[in-house]
Design a protein around this ligand. Structure first.
Ligand code: KG4
Ligand code: ZN
Length: 347
């Protein structure tokens, strides 16, 4: 019925500038991502001011490029969807203001997307058979949450991290081991050559009744292990990754016990690109009799196709947003979820 709708998606919440065109029948007509890795690498992390400037420089040419690649004009799109938060506010504003200008100029609806919703719905872009409700482990650089995804805009958060996000722990481990930024893929690579049992590391909150996560203690233990100079870097990387996976398995297992019925176990977000993490979740799903779904690697890390797809799902529900909608540094998926001890500013 609405298979031929096309949504332009824009992403600029962290250090990737991206644009994509996605159709109602799940075709990615074109997508471009400009990574800012090189600009932030000397600082060992994302510098918000540098990120915002880079988004402002790169976004317009990327949008032109995806339209050209698809052989389309803006007039032929059905809506403009952009990340409106949560994220680094300067970058989010660049993307959202651009989307507003395009929507106003072409008289198309603007759809303001929660970046976390982009991740949460991305598995449905890749897998037409994935129906609501599903259990979701959302693991990225800024978030580590377990959600029951009940429908577009309907999320029950069962767990979050009380300190660091999992991607953050991967990035810190990489920094400690001198692997540079961004760290996740580098730690995964080095771990292939290491022994996951070589370094004794803690599994924070393992076995606790609530399913929340904690990674700060693990990170400190990695630092102490590295400083002791007793272990090979590859063994530290492998042992860290194993400890993180043990935590995920335990916490997710606990959350599934508390969760109403779901049809599938799903992972999304940057850390979902980690093959060992995917493998361990596949095992957990098999044990629980749940189908396991993970988006292809390129849809796990930040991209605009997931934002365009969330736009498709929202447009189908008749959603559109006013042109004066504000960018939001924080924007929880489940506003009714209790804040947890130590969660700081995170959504
Ligand atoms: O979703 P994402 O691209 O950005 C945020 O919204 O945060 O996630 C980025 C995070 C980074 O912390 C990065 O190190 C991590 O995902 N990551 C990985 C892998 N690829 C990306 N962590 C572990 N293994 C990977 N292969
Ligand atoms: Zn993200």
């Amino acid at each position: 019925m609405d298979e031929d709708i096309v949504v332009l998606g824009i992403e600029s919440s962290c250090d990737e500038t991206a644009a994509a065109l996605v159709t109602g029948d799940r075709r990615i007509l074109a997508q471009r991502i400009a990574s800012q890795e090189a600009a932030h690498a000397p600082y060992g992390g994302v510098v918000p001011e540098i990120a915002a400037r880079a988004h402002a420089e790169k976004l317009a040419p990327l949008i032109e490029a995806v339209l050209a690649e698809a052989g389309m004009t803006l007039a032929e799109c059905d809506a403009v969807a952009a990340t409106a938060g949560p994220g680094l506010i300067g970058g989010v504003m660049v993307g959202l203001v651009t989307a507003k200008a395009l929507a106003m100029g072409s008289d198309k609806p603007l759809i303001a997307i929660n970046h976390l919703e982009g991740h949460a719905l991305s598995p449905r872009l890749a897998d037409p058979a994935l129906e609501y409700p599903y259990a979701l482990l959302l693991v990225s650089g800024g978030h580590c949450q377990i959600l029951r995804v009940e429908g577009v805009g309907r999320y029950e958060r069962l767990a979050t991290t009380i300190d660091d996000a999992l991607g953050e722990a991967f990035d810190k481990t990489a920094k400690i081991l001198g692997l540079g930024y961004p760290g996740g893929p580098a730690v995964e690579q080095l771990a292939l050559e290491g022994d996951p049992r070589a370094v004794p590391l803690p599994r924070p909150l393992l076995g606790s009744d609530d399913p929340n996560f904690s990674f700060a203690g693990l990170k400190s233990a990695v630092l102490r292990a590295a400083e002791s100079a007793k272990y090979r870097s590859a063994d530290v990387a492998a042992s860290f990754q194993q400890a993180a996976i043990d935590c995920i398995q335990d916490r997710l297992g606990r959350a599934l016990e508390k969760m109403d019925e779901v049809g599938a176990l799903v992972v999304a977000g940057g850390v979902a690109a980690n093959r060992q993490v995917r493998k361990s979740l596949e095992d957990l799903g098999a044990k629980r009799g749940l189908r396991f779904v993970a988006p292809p690697l390129e849809l796990c890390t930040d991209n605009a196709a997931m934002i365009a797809w969330a736009g498709v799902e929202r447009l189908r529900q008749g959603a559109s947003d006013p042109l004066d909608i504000a960018a939001r540094p924080r924007w929880p998926l489940d506003p009714s979820a209790e804040p947890v001890r130590g969660a700081g500013y995170k959504a």
